[in-house]
Design a binder for this molecule. Structure first.
Ligand code: PEP
Ligand code: CO
Length: 457
């Protein structure tokens, strides 16, 4: 039986406006903001309801262990790092991780980027203070500038438009990569040539490529036309971001006559962050009314009752593929905090994808002042996530990473053994520290091994 819901059942894309809301910029020119939102509501959408429904079907498979969700990308996308090379290397690493996971785990991988809209950030403080100067905190390129000066830190509505245009160009390019030949398995050798070939992960991937190529020659020897089979020549790829700025989201929300539902067409999947998921506030109100797959971050403050209530609000029909719970407890806490939640959701018969975000519970400050994460903590949280689901008889359905295709030095450790002294070499993130290409691929191999081992047990 459903919990009694405090929220009224009528909904429209603007109903969130009459609810309390957290983590919003303070715009000084409201007329300007309104005019930008009006423009956005007339602009072409970035995604379509039928693509969104396709993602939901893929995620429904992940609920039952027939597919595995790989969600990843920047903590915060930036205007400055927007270029073809970065997008191509990001997509390449996602494809390489996909191959490692598919080959190791024997399941299709649902590929979802934190991309083409991941431009706004919740912050722990509204104000940043350096020496004696206090300015509004940086909230993502969609809101203000990272540079610490009064002009830059002012919330500027025109940045919503720039984020929209960058999102559109990003999605267009990713679609050309996914559908235009780059993602074809025939190109698999090329992906590695563009990668740091000499690195440990490059060598490991080369071995995997050799095995996949053997399978492909076998398939060709059977006279199966590789080029004509979509699964071999194209990749499906979806975009997601945190639904934080609801004016942007609701302006891009459209009604689809086909199934008479509302779709947020700024992305395929949207998620609600750990700080904005109160059941009686604006973000949950907005997300409950759209038909997209939605994610919800589940952090250490989550309780069994609170979680069940949110599940009923966000997924009252218990539709598989609609709701992904992205847990981010921290390596040291997951064993205590996750099992009771998993058990309660299982006992209540709720269909959800359980995904592990091993990033946000494992952020530390290095002695030299960098915000960083240890590769070992990330790996530990992922391993424990799999063990817990194995023990509870539930499905570990996916992972959620902050990662980049670039060779940055933001997280400590991994086979490259990045140390505290190395952090300053290439620390480029606009917010949280990301796994670099090599660390991300290493993690995918380790996850594939874990899944393989569990399958054998
Ligand atoms: C994020 O995913 O970048 C984020 C802010 O996460 P969380 O809401 O889990 O803290
Ligand atoms: Co982050």
């Amino acid at each position: 039986m459903n919990t009694k819901l405090p929220i009224s059942t009528s909904w429209d894309p603007s109903s969130w406006r009459s609810f309390p809301i957290k983590q919003q910029p303070e715009y000084t020119n409201i007329e300007h903001l309104k005019s930008v939102e009006r423009s956005l509501s007339t602009f072409p959408t970035l995604t379509s309801p039928s693509e969104i429904r396709a993602l939901k079907r893929e995620l429904a498979d992940a609920v039952f262990g027939k597919a595995f969700l790989l969600q990843g990308g920047d903590c915060a996308e930036s205007f400055a790092e927007f270029n073809e090379a970065n997008l191509r290397s990001f997509f390449r690493v996602i494809l390489q991780m996909t191959m490692a996971l598919m080959y190791g785990a024997g399941r299709p991988v649902v590929k979802v980027g934190r991309i083409a809209g991941q431009f706004s950030k919740p912050r722990s403080d509204n104000i940043e203070k350096i020496n004696d100067v206090e300015l509004p905190s940086y909230r993502g390129d969609m809101v203000n500038a990272m540079e610490f000066d009064a002009g830059g830190r002012k919330a500027d509505p025109d940045r919503l438009l720039r984020a929209y245009y960058q999102g559109a160009a990003t999605l267009n390019f990713l679609r050309t990569l996914a559908r235009g030949g780059y993602a074809s398995l025939k190109q698999i050798n090329r992906w590695n040539m563009e990668f740091v070939n000499s690195s440990n992960q490059g060598k490991r991937f080369a071995e995997l490529v050799a095995q996949i190529n053997e399978c492909l020659s076998f398939i060709q020897a059977c006279r199966l036309p590789l080029d004509e089979v979509e699964q071999f020549s194209e990749a499906s790829f979806f975009a997601s971001h945190e639904a934080l700025l609801l004016g942007y989201e609701s302006s891009l929300t459209r009604f689809d006559e086909f199934d008479e539902k509302w779709y947020a067409c700024s992305a395929h999947m949207l998620w609600v962050g750990d700080r904005t998921r109160s059941p009686d506030e604006a973000h949950i109100e907005f997300l409950r009314g759209i038909a997209n797959p939605v994610g919800m971050k589940v952090g250490p403050s989550s309780t069994v009752d609170g979680l069940l209530k949110l599940i009923d609000i966000l997924n009252p029909e218990n539709e598989a593929g609609r709701l992904t719970l992205i847990t981010r407890m921290g390596a040291g806490k997951i064993d205590d905090l996750l099992p009771p939640l998993v058990r309660a959701v299982k006992n209540a018969g709720k269909n959800v994808v359980w995904a592990c975000d091993p990033m946000h519970g494992n952020t530390i400050k290095s002695p030299n002042g960098y915000k960083t994460r240890k590769f070992t903590d990330i790996l530990t949280e992922v391993r424990h996530f799999f063990n817990i689901h194995n023990a509870e008889g539930t499905v570990a359905g996916g992972v959620h990473f902050e990662m980049t295709g670039q060779d940055v030095t933001e997280c400590l450790g991994g086979a490259q053994a990045i140390s505290e002294l190395n952090l300053s070499d290439r620390y480029h993130t606009h917010c949280d520290p990301r796994l670099n290409a090599s660390q991300a691929l290493e993690l995918a191999f380790l996850i594939a091994e874990t899944i393989k081992k569990q399958k054998k047990e």
